[in-house]
Design a protein around this ligand. Structure first.
Ligand code: NI
Length: 191
């Protein structure tokens, strides 16, 4: 396994629509070691998720894991999840405001609206079909990662460009208020 360099804002690979993984190639050593590398790179960078295009492979694969993450101390935990060719179906009309960051957008965070409930259909790394519902803050993480597969970054979805701030200034000026919003979302959706 290796830690791969992460593509940063401005690299064309982040703006491509990624290709579906052919399921008969999923078991190949190339794809399996790419998945291992995505997980290791996500852990190394302490991300809550990482999509294949962020390590310069324009394929529809994302990894998500939140385990007491120091970058996002208020995020509910999510077990390690690999999604291959994911499809997100929005359930209902509810949305909430999230304050997002991204390993491909260094030192910036900003406010984004996300759907509060989703049905996720995908394959796991062994080609088994996955279908699950996710809600709340975790649903925001799934949307952020799957957006990468369509060449979309959180900065494209800002509620207001004036909400952009550095990580230091997020902690200094915005984190306390945002934690209260997160608590309300977690109370409502359980995640
Ligand atoms: Ni991201």
């Amino acid at each position: 396994m290796s830690v791969l360099p992460i593509a940063k804002l401005g690299e064309p690979v982040l703006r491509q629509v990624a290709k579906e993984v052919e399921l008969d190639r999923l078991a190949s050593p190339e794809i399996q070691s790419l998945i291992d590398d995505i997980v290791e790179t996500m852990h190394h960078a302490r991300g809550a998720g990482l999509a294949a295009p962020q390590v310069r492979h324009p394929l529809r694969i994302v990894a998500i894991e939140v385990k007491d993450n120091p970058r996002y101390p208020y995020k509910p935990n999510i077990p390690l999840t690999i999604l291959v060719n994911p499809q997100l179906e929005v359930i209902g009309e509810e949305r909430f405001e999230n304050f997002e960051g991204c390993l491909s957008v260094p030192d910036l965070r900003g406010r984004v609206m996300r759907h509060a409930r989703l049905r996720v259909r995908a394959y796991d790394r062994h080609g088994q079909a996955i279908e699950q519902e996710v809600a709340g803050i975790s649903a925001g993480t799934f949307q952020h990662e799957c957006d990468h597969l369509d060449g979309i970054l959180f900065v494209d979805r800002l509620v207001d460009s004036k909400s952009l701030c550095t990580w230091d200034n997020f902690r200094r000026y915005h984190e306390d208020e945002f934690r209260k919003q997160v608590q309300a979302v977690v109370q409502k959706y359980g995640a």
